[in-house]
Design a protein around this ligand. Structure first.
Ligand code: APR
Ligand code: PHB
Length: 428
């Protein structure tokens, strides 16, 4: 929906951001009969074309199917039963179903999942306003105030709060303007660079961060995948990852120093380096099949968590509250897990009036978030070459990779985390 003079001014749940978190939350709330509006600062084409990761955990797959957004994923996605680890010119396969209780993953690009969710939303979903840039949130208080209006189903609801946003011209010749959306609850699904979390008083936010002394150079190439599963390679020249988007499109990554200019990496240099880092003695003649490179970019690596994920009637979900380095592909899956927990809590709140699940939201999510942070950090540290490390640390990495190759227990730990932990783990 573009802006018309009929842009809604009141809703039960105001969602900021139409990435996977915001779009899926809107779908889950809509299916439960709770009305909501999604405000997205970018236009539809931009949102649908952003290149992001492409591995869906088993639970993410199940959630998308249950939300009626899994049709194309089931037709075009590639189910994977394992990954290959390469190190010291050796290869070792991690078999997911046998190590992780029958679980597997699906290779399906985040950008395709976003297209599916946008399409569903525009057919029968709640309003989705593109080019609606949120500039502020008003009326927030630390505690949820229940003296206000009635909720969607007539139960007593919280006092409203307001989102202020910019919108483009509503009529030809008119200038852009600002508008407000009054909501019972607001969900910040606005990613790492979003504004929602700034509405939480600085003194109440705690952030935890780790940056890494390297980045990834990522390419998208019109070339068949290197192999029928993903390959994660440790090499003395740095990490490499061979992933895919389809049987004819490859997604490949190379560890590069921070600050690398992609222009310093002509296509032939990238292919040569990938061949060298992915080489294995099991098949010395093996080389990647090359094809036109259609996208090339450098991705920084960062671990970051903000606590808590709630302030009164404002809830945060996905990258707005936490990010992980891409090794292990947990970012999208964490965003999905957050909104599943949040949808249950908001439905309970607006249907029964109980705040029990909402009060537990931040703690429930953060327990799983920290597990995924640990896994992403561990995979990153295990596979990359840190310029500050000595030969001692490299030997430790190789020793741990060897342990994974020879211990079912160590391999199962990797497989369970990779295929995804349960969405709401039992309380300790
Ligand atoms: N007003 C409205 N929308 C905004 C604003 C704003 N002020 N600021 C940011 N947004 C939008 C962004 O344009 C983006 O479309 O919020 C959306 C956030 O989407 P994502 O960054 O995709 O975050 P999320 O939905 O949490 O998904 C997490 O995305 O970044 C990857 O690796 C990450 O795969 C993970 C997934
Ligand atoms: C990707 O396909 O983009 C991808 C796959 C696995 C990762 C990270 C990224 O660990």
């Amino acid at each position: 929906m573009r802006h018309t003079t009929k842009a809604p001014t009141r809703t039960t749940i105001g969602i900021i951001g139409a990435g996977p978190a915001g779009l899926l939350l809107a779908r889950l709330l809509h299916d439960a009969g709770i009305d909501c509006v999604v405000l997205e600062s970018r236009d539809r084409a931009y949102v649908e074309q952003r290149q992001r990761a492409g591995i869906l955990e088993q639970t993410t797959v199940d959630v998308l199917r249950a939300a009626g957004a899994g049709g194309r994923m089931d037709r075009e996605g590639l189910p994977h039963d394992g990954i290959e680890l390469r190190y010291d010119r050796r290869s070792h396969r991690i078999d997911f179903p046998s190590l992780a209780g029958g679980r597997r993953v699906m290779v399906y690009a985040q950008t395709e999942m976003v297209k599916d969710l946008v399409a569903r939303q525009l057919i029968d979903g709640p309003p989705l306003l593109f080019e609606a840039e949120v500039t502020g949130i008003e009326g927030l208080r630390a505690a949820e105030d229940t003296t206000g209006m009635k909720g969607a189903t007539g139960t007593k609801g919280p006092a409203p709060t307001t989102i202020r946003y910019r919108h483009p011209a509503r009529e030809p010749g008119a200038g852009s303007g600002t508008a407000t959306l009054t909501c019972d609850h607001i969900v910040g699904c606005d990613g790492f660079h979003g504004v929602a979390r700034d509405a939480i008083p600085a003194g109440l936010r705690r952030t935890y961060e780790r940056t890494y002394p390297y980045s990834w150079l990522g390419i998208l190439a019109q070339a068949p995948p290197a192999y029928d599963e993903l390959i994660y390679a440790h090499s003395s020249r740095g990490f490499a990852l061979a992933s895919m988007r389809s049987p004819t499109v490859s997604r490949l990554y190379l560890q590069v120093p921070n600050g690398t200019d992609p222009a310093d990496w002509p296509d032939a240099r990238i292919w040569d380096e990938l061949d060298t880092r992915l080489a294995t003695d099991a098949d010395p003649a093996w080389k990647l099949e090359r094809g036109p490179i259609v996208a090339k970019s450098v991705l920084p690596m960062r671990s970051w968590v903000m606590e808590p994920m709630r302030y009164g009637r404002l809830l945060l979900a996905g990258d707005a509250a936490h990010i992980v380095p891409p090794t292990g592909a947990k970012g999208l899956n964490l965003a999905v897990a957050d909104v599943v927990v949040l949808a249950r809590a908001l439905v309970q709140r607006h249907v029964t009036g109980s705040t029990e699940l909402l009060d537990a939201y931040s703690e429930t999510c953060l327990r799983r978030v920290w597990r995924a942070e640990h896994f992403s950090y561990t995979m990153t540290e295990l596979l990359h070459t840190d310029p500050a490390h000595s030969a001692f640390e490299t030997r430790l990495q190789l020793s741990q990779l060897d342990r994974i190759a020879h211990s079912r227990h160590a391999a199962a730990e990797l497989a369970e985390n990779y295929t995804g932990l349960p969405i709401a783990p039992p309380s300790p």
